[in-house]
Design a protein around this ligand. Sequence first.
Ligand code: DC
Length: 226
Amino acid sequence: MSPDIDSEYSVVAIDGPAASGKSTVARKLAKRLGFSYVNSGGLYRAVAWLAGEHELRPDDWSAVSAQVRKSVFNFYLRNKELSFLIDGNNPDTHLRDEKVNRTVSAISAIPEVREFLVAHLREFLTWDNLVMEGRDIGSIVFPDTPYKFYIDASLEVRAQRRAAQGQRDDLFFRDRADASRRASPLTIAEDAHVIDSSSLTIDGVVGEIIGRLKIKRLPEALGLDS
Ligand code: DC
């Protein structure tokens, strides 16, 4: 699965830019397959929230890294979804705050933050079969998984989706920052199957992914009825 993970479980990697629809697709896909769902962006958002709570500037790499080392992270699967506490607090309701939207790209460019989170993301595969979504899941976190998808959509469609969620989120800025950072930028893994979701429904995208997984014999191999 990855150079240093030995697991009996499988992982479906779903990458793509912000608001491409990958979270909704990944969650639905995980339900259909009976896999656990991991939204890796939530972890980067949680670190952005943590930095804000401690009034740290996102460009102060050493202060943010030191805080991550100091804090206690507890991860667990609840109802087949990743949950976590940081220093005993559940940051869930803050992960979509405007301040987090504004700072998370800078936070996720910090190499030590990435190393810390990537090690945990890999460890989750020793717990269960996973559908994991993010920016570098197929390229860096699990480069050896045969099940990789990249979901895209036009900037216009993605902006409409965010607006419909009632969120302020500068997608153009985040796309540029996520794709241009030095550490594990957003890229399309060479062997990923790319889906443009601009004119597809969620079920259409999930159906396309399941079709590919069937060709690759994933559900059959696991004895799943999908
Ligand atoms: O998927 P999202 O928009 O919630 O992700 C929030 C930010 O986290 C995104 O702007 C970049 C970062 N991220 C990352 O660098 N690597 C990942 N695997 C997932 C998210």
